[in-house]
Ligand binder design. Structure first.
Ligand SMILES: Nc1ncnc2c1ncn2[C@@H]1O[C@H](COP(=O)(O)OP(=O)(O)OP(=O)(O)O)[C@@H](O)[C@H]1O
Length: 580
């Protein structure tokens, strides 16, 4: 599992290897002062003479060793951090690439909060693994292993004694792992839920302020935060005792060595000199062992987070190929298409044909499936059954990029990035000149508000485009579409909620976008699409009828019903206006 994370290090793996070597050498040097102490204590115990130059040499060696330890440790950590942060960068970029290829449904299912948590928090915690646990853990464990081999060679009885508490410590650690892993799922789910609820709460702040200050959404928020606290505390409560046991037992390696070792010396089974050596070195390796094991408590969480990341990286992507677009024209065909967002099917066996260069409309009651059909055409989701093709080429047999180049999709809610309006429009065509962007903005009827707002086209759009009104945001999106100049245009209720002045401007902008294109408009206002070449009437996820306005008035009961509602609504507008 760690190997998979390590794969993202790419060329920076060498930094990790270097970090391990530096840290290992550093720890080896950190043992030397204890060896110097042994030399002095042993000489005193053996009544040997200690000359000043000898003492100075020992103290000097100890000091230089400590200095080298510090320098090598810092150098090692420097290398390991370079490796770690580059791996995190690679992971974040790969995750973003993966998200782009996933069906929107998978992303919706995971939730914005969880995805944010994965991108920021979960990946960040891998820093502990890459920058510390791997290099420091390996370094801090390797040196004691070597020292133990030396100790066994010097006096196996004393060496064995100094390891007496290790099995109990390792047992406590194993229990902690088992408990930690068992409850990790609940803990992680609670964290995910809290993240999703926080994002939902912040996104819905406008609604909360107006309607629901103390209501359900706050309760949901508070519950998820409380839940997270409870699960975290419960998890730690279960693990803490075992952490305390192994952290106390493992470093107590001299616990039996001193009394039993002294007995062995007195009985002549070991020498005093060896006992002093074993004691000094066991003190020296207690620190590194404890340091290496300090990472162990974090491992259940790390393993879980890596598994979740792997699940995301391994999620089934949208069906697509590397093929470019080679359709014979811009005919659109839905062939026996069925689709379900989750379990319940919302589109049933729809087949329809759209001729190139024509103006088409999807109409139907709310929830009849108009937007879903548009989203299937732009390949936000894979169809459940059937196929969608352009110019005879199945959209699942071309790359997402190739499909994207053929379609401009202006959806109900347009998202603007918090960068200049100029750059927001330029998203339509990466290499467009400033003059081309300005021309597109002009055609999309943006001049009036661009002249009004401070900074004009260089003004920032604000967080998610909040600086602009809904109508202004839509016109910026249309400017994007004009610039993109794709042969197929899908307009999802672009004028649904507009005041008459804005609608007039939008209609002029739309007329500019749709010139000579294959167009699909998803319209609530039937009056705006009466001239369409073909109108498709949807009812409960099925295609009920299709034809021109006149044909449908003559043949389709559902269309007549919609038309009546549209007329009543238009009359209602007129009479309301008249009374004012
Ligand atoms: N993201 C989603 N997850 C689950 N179900 C969805 C999702 N989006 C839409 N639906 C359901 O799919 C069905 C069709 O919805 P769709 O948005 O396509 O209808 P529509 O005709 O465009 O409606 P409207 O005119 O109100 O926008 C509805 O029953 C809706 O509840």
């Amino acid at each position: 599992m760690f190997k998979k994370v390590f794969e993202y290090a790419g060329e920076y793996k060498a930094y990790t290897y270097r970090a391990i070597v530096y840290i290992l050498l550093g720890i080896a040097f950190s043992i030397i002062p204890y060896f110097c102490v042994y030399k002095i204590v042993n000489a005193l115990l053996q009544n040997q003479e200690i000359t000043m130059p000898y003492l100075t040499a020992l103290i000097g060696t100890a000091l230089i060793s400590l200095l080298l330890y510090a320098v090598l440790n810092v150098k090692g950590l420097q290398q390991s951090h370079i490796a770690a942060y580059n791996t995190l960068k690679n992971l974040r970029i790969s995750l973003q690439g993966k998200l782009e290829k996933l069906p929107l449904g998978t992303i919706e299912e995971v939730g914005t909060g969880s995805i944010k948590k994965m991108f920021i928090d979960d990946i960040e915690t891998l820093e502990l693994l890459l920058a510390h646990a791997i290099p420091e853990g390996i370094g801090n464990l390797c040196v004691p292993v070597v020292i133990y081999i030396v100790l066994f060679a010097v006096d196996w009885k004393l060496a064995l004694l100094s390891m007496a508490t290790l099995p109990l410590g390792i047992l406590a650690m194993a229990i902690m792992f088992a408990i930690g892993n068992k409850d990790m799922n609940h803990y992680y789910m609670a964290a995910q839920k809290m993240n999703n609820t926080i994002i939902e709460y912040v996104n819905g702040m406008e609604v909360v302020k107006v309607f629901n200050r103390d209501g359900e959404s706050y309760e949901k928020y508070e519950n998820s935060v409380t839940n997270y606290r409870d699960f975290t505390l419960a998890w730690f409560k279960a693990c803490w005792p075992w952490m305390a046991i192994y952290s106390s037992l493992i470093p107590c390696i001299a616990f039996l060595t001193l009394p039993v070792g002294a007995y062995l010396v007195l009985q002549g089974y070991s020498t005093l000199s060896n006992l002093v050596l074993v004691l000094c070195l066991t003190f020296a390796i207690g620190g590194p062992i404890l340091h290496a094991l300090s990472f162990a408590g974090k491992f259940p969480q790390l393993i879980y987070k890596i598994e979740e990341l792997e699940k995301m990286m391994g999620a089934a992507p949208l069906k697509q190929s590397e093929e470019g677009f080679h359709g014979k024209d811009y005919t659109i065909d839905f062939h026996q298409v069925s689709f379900a967002y989750k379990e319940e099917e919302v589109i049933h066996q729809i087949s329809l044909h759209i001729n190139p260069g024509t103006m088409n409309a999807f109409v139907g009651e709310s929830g009849s499936g108009k937007s879903t059909l548009a989203k299937l055409l732009v390949h936000f989701y894979d169809v459940g059954q059937g196929s969608v093709s352009i110019g005879g080429q199945n959209i699942a047999e071309m790359s997402i990029e190739a499909l994207g180049d053929q379609i401009s999709y202006v959806s109900q809610e347009q998202f603007l990035f918090n960068m200049s309006l100029l750059e927001n429009i330029r998203l339509g065509k990466k290499n467009a000149t400033d003059a081309e962007v300005l021309e597109a903005a002009h055609k999309a009827q943006c001049d009036e508000f661009l002249n009004r707002i401070e900074g004009g086209i260089m003004a920032m759009a604000g967080d998610s485009g909040k600086q602009l009104s809904g109508g202004e945001r839509q016109r910026i999106s249309l400017a994007r579409a004009i610039l993109k100049d794709a042969p197929i245009i899908v307009l999802d209720e672009a004028t649904a909620f507009m005041d008459p002045e804005n609608e007039e401007k939008m209609n002029q902008a739309i007329a500019e976008v749709i010139k000579d294109k294959t167009v699909i408009v998803i319209a609530h206002r039937l009056h705006s699409i009466v001239n369409a070449d073909c109108i498709f009437v949807l009812k409960n996820g099925r295609l009920d009828a299709s034809g021109t306005h006149q044909e449908l008035l003559e043949e389709s009961g559902e269309y007549n019903k919609l038309w009546k509602i549209a007329e009543t609504s238009a009359n209602w507008h007129v009479s309301t206006g008249g009374e004012q």
